[in-house]
Design a protein around this ligand. Structure first.
Ligand SMILES: [Zn+2]
Length: 424
């Protein structure tokens, strides 16, 4: 979490310890959920991971012997990599950081070099924890100077930089009872799914930032810690998933049920690349059938009221209305683009149609593109049954979903991609 500390290099080592404490606590809480065989595999590195290795990216100048475990070949000569502390705008950059260190850790386990593996794992812990820190939540405003214009400080915080106060703490993290998830059976798959878990951590941390600032202003340390812990708890779960998965990959050991769960992945809550920094920019708003942006697992009726997804579907020679729990709804002409991991999934499926009740008079062309080339398309009228897409995405690295108005009533052109899934 000490991104500024190292950039400025003006803090004392006492400060450095304070900044680091949540890293240690989160990592420790996460590791406690690992099964016995994974603890044994780590051996004496198990305790060091939480006590020391998770700080490697912050200590690259003082702990020169371990700096190589937080360096990347793609950034030659760079000792301190800011991208390991602050989420970058480009999803691919964040994905590559996770993929690179996960690969290094897995290769080290396979080679029997557990000390190296644990240090690379420490770097991944640090990245997850920093990205999910309540003080790393506003893109490009690491000290909350803009946010303080919206929330002018009370005398108690006047003139103080907020990064440290927002994340500094001294607490224990427990996620006892949490079952770490297997994120994939290859590094490509696991790092890609880890990125989406990390996104959940970022969104969760954002929900803690303002309450923490308010509590700091009120000089209310108890409430500060309550919200810090909320962020730290989510981070510990994501760290647990990552560590568990790396050890499974390194040992080549997977539980059958966990492996089966990886066969298909719904992408309905995944952030498309258009939502840079994980929110829809104004350029991605549509104006018909109302002002809005794409949303997950529901439809905004009239732009104001969330209602479940309902599509017409073919049934026994007729057409019936059916509710869907998962899907992405969107207006016209705003593409949704998703990165796919290389060589992992073979098919993309979705049921695409117009939201029943809103889209009855509309006509929409649904187009699926793979790396810019058309994979499938279908024109669906508001009264038609939704179209079941099934596309081969074996060689695709960018999947794009498009919905385009094809006339009739633009106020009815509200498109839904229900149950969008990638299948191995
Ligand atoms: Zn950091």
């Amino acid at each position: 979490m000490a991104v500024l500390l190292l950039c400025l290099g003006t803090f004392t080592s006492r400060h450095a310890f304070a900044w680091g404490q949540p890293h240690l606590a989160i990592t420790k809480g996460a590791l406690e959920t690992l099964p016995t065989w994974q603890r044994q595999l780590l051996g004496s590195e198990f305790d060091l991971l939480a006590a020391k290795h998770c700080m490697i990216p912050d200590n690259v100048y003082s702990d020169k012997a371990n700096a190589k475990y937080a360096a990347m070949e793609s950034s030659p000569g760079e000792v301190y990599l800011q991208k390991l502390h602050l989420p970058q705008a480009e999803q691919v950059v964040n994905l590559e950081s996770l993929r690179y260190f996960m690969q290094k850790a897995v290769d080290s386990i396979k080679a029997g070099h557990i000390g190296d593996a644990a240090r690379f794992m420490g770097t991944i812990c640090h990245v997850i924890e920093d990205f999910g820190s309540p003080s790393h939540t506003v893109p490009g405003d690491n000290q909350f100077t803009l946010l303080q214009q919206f929330m002018p400080p009370t005398p108690v915080m006047e003139g103080k930089l907020l990064h440290g106060p927002i994340e500094n703490g001294d607490f224990a993290v427990s996620i006892a009872g949490y079952q770490p998830r297997l994120l994939g059976t290859t590094v490509e798959e696991a790092s890609w799914r880890l990125l989406h878990r990390v996104h959940e951590g970022i969104i969760n941390a954002r929900s803690a930032t303002v309450p923490i600032m308010q509590a700091l202003y009120a000089d209310d340390a108890v409430t500060v810690e309550k919200h810090q812990l909320r962020a730290a708890t989510k981070d510990a779960q994501v760290v647990a998933d990552a560590m568990h998965t790396i050890l499974c990959l390194g040992a080549g050991k997977f539980e059958t049920a966990a492996k089966e769960k990886c066969e298909r992945t719904g992408i309905f809550t995944f952030w498309p690349v258009e939502a840079v920094h994980l929110y829809y920019p104004q350029s991605h708003f549509f104006s018909a059938p109302f002002w809005g942006h794409a949303s997950s697992n529901g439809v905004m009726e009239g732009g104001v009221k969330a209602v479940p997804i309902r599509l017409r579907v073919a049934d026994k020679g007729g057409v019936v209305e059916k509710a869907f729990a998962s899907g992405i709804s969107t207006g016209m002409g705003k593409a949704l683009t998703f990165h796919l991991p290389k060589g992992v999934y073979h098919r993309f499926t979705a049921i695409a149609g117009l939201q029943a009740g809103i889209g009855d008079k509309g006509r929409v062309e649904f187009i699926v593109l793979g790396d810019g080339k058309p994979l499938a398309n279908a024109v669906v009228n508001g009264t038609d049954a939704a179209h079941a897409f099934e596309c081969d995405v074996s060689a695709v690295s960018l999947l794009q979903l498009n919905a385009i108005s094809r006339g009739l009533d633009p106020k009815s052109n509200y498109a839904v991609w229900a149950e969008p899934e990638l299948i191995k």
